[in-house]
Design a protein around this ligand. Structure first.
Ligand code: FAD
Length: 352
């Protein structure tokens, strides 16, 4: 089938990868393949540390379970190594009330995953470089961490190796008749296909008329001590990669303001040093800014039309949700199987 994907973030490229691998003729049309928030993301695969519940937790855990196989196939086709591990994430708490609530949630909602509660004393003996501020923690052993830049590179290489064409254009109009997409119009050209997938991230509102808006995030890249796992607290996330560490992230209602700010950098550095004091000696490499595709209820939006899918609004967890978002499109196109998540996360919830 001839398939056109609009947008080249992690959602668009993962979908292109799965469809092309399954033998479809795939083109991706994107305004700018470097502007996506996917290049900026912390890459935490963290359904439990993020405190997710209900449908969102189920969706996240299912996507996490696809990750190892997704990365294995991606590395094989791209011939690149993606930094990926399931070393766990240590969720740290700075006050008793927060810690109590998290422990209650873990024993109720997260009883199916492997986790370990750590007291302040445990933390000091097992993680000696932590400051005295965290009063306790929960180690979620099945959570993971992927290098988003390497993931995006591998997706681009894999798409290239599978003969996916990537075209540069800004899509400004969708031509629809009787519920079917007949084509899309860009500033440079018009495009038609048998099937369309819209994955336009934080920029989706004007094109798709859905309440998706940008949530600005600043994140720092530093070079510092070797760390084995992610340290996630309310004041910073410290995320080790192969040759560097990410310190994330601000969350700002600032439209598409792409400027790194002194205030943003200050809060991130202060937060990180309060958790691991020795990071004060680390080298600051750069500051990146991205736009999470937010929605009013912080859940994604999936729509399956007659010859199209919309897959947007992945907010804080698009890297985690990429394998399952892509699989939903593949199952629909290849087997006619309509995932129940198309109903759970339908955009109709905003008009009702
Ligand atoms: C600071 C920060 C930290 C994050 N940390 C994590 C994390 O630890 N774990 C996690 O799972 N997620 C994290 N996220 C969230 C994650 O980055 C996003 O949910 C995910 O990248 C969204 O992917 P996407 O493909 O939908 O959008 P994007 O990556 O933003 O890509 C959208 C693409 O669509 C294109 N486009 C838009 N409109 C048009 C148009 N009209 N025509 C043509 N092309 C168009 C854009 O050019 C872009 O290429 C983080 C985000 C930020 C900002």
């Amino acid at each position: 089938m001839n398939i056109l994907i609009i947008g080249s973030g992690v959602i668009g490229l993962s979908t292109a990868f799965e469809l092309a691998l399954s033998g479809h003729n795939v083109r991706v049309v994107t305004r700018n393949y470097e502007e996506g928030s996917s290049w900026v993301a912390g890459g935490m695969l963290a359904p439990y540390s993020e405190g997710l519940t209900g449908d969102l937790l189920r969706f996240s855990v299912e996507s996490l379970s696809l990750y190892s196989d997704f990365i294995r196939r991606l590395e094989e086709v791209s011939r690149l190594n993606v930094y990926f591990n399931r070393n766990g994430i240590l969720r740290l708490f700075l006050n008793e009330k927060e810690y109590e609530e998290a422990r209650r949630q873990a024993s109720d909602d997260y009883r199916n995953t492997d986790f370990e509660e750590l007291s302040g004393k445990d933390l000091r003996s097992r993680e000696p470089f932590l400051s005295g501020e965290p009063i306790g923690g929960i180690l979620f052993k099945e959570e993971g961490n992927v290098d988003s830049e390497k993931l995006m590179d591998a997706l681009l290489f894999a798409c290239e190796n599978l003969s996916v064409k990537i075209l540069l254009d800004d899509i400004v109009e969708i031509e629809k008749k009787n519920g079917k997409v007949e084509g899309v119009k860009g500033l440079k050209d018009s495009y038609t296909a048998d099937f369309y997938v819209f994955t336009t991230g934080a920029w989706s509102r004007p094109l798709l008329n859905l309440p998706v808006y940008p949530v600005k995030g600043q994140i720092l890249k530093i070079k510092g001590p070797e760390l084995e796992k992610v340290y996630y607290s309310n004041i910073s996330y410290i995320i080790p990669k192969e040759n560097y560490i990410l310190i994330g992230a601000t969350s700002e209602d600032a439209g598409f303001d792409s400027r790194p700010t002194v205030g943003g950098v200050k809060s991130l550095l202060e937060g990180a040093v309060r958790i691991i004091p020795s990071l004060a000696e680390a080298e600051l490499l750069n500051v990146k800014v991205g736009f999470r595709p937010g929605t009013p209820d912080e859940k994604p939006v999936f729509e399956a039309g007659e010859n199209y899918v919309i897959s947007v609004g992945h907010y804080r967890n698009g890297i985690l949700w990429a394998p399952l978002s892509a699989r939903m499109v593949l199952d629909l196109v290849d087997k006619g199987i309509r995932s129940p998540y198309f109903d759970t996360f339908s955009g109709k919830r905003f008009s009702e």
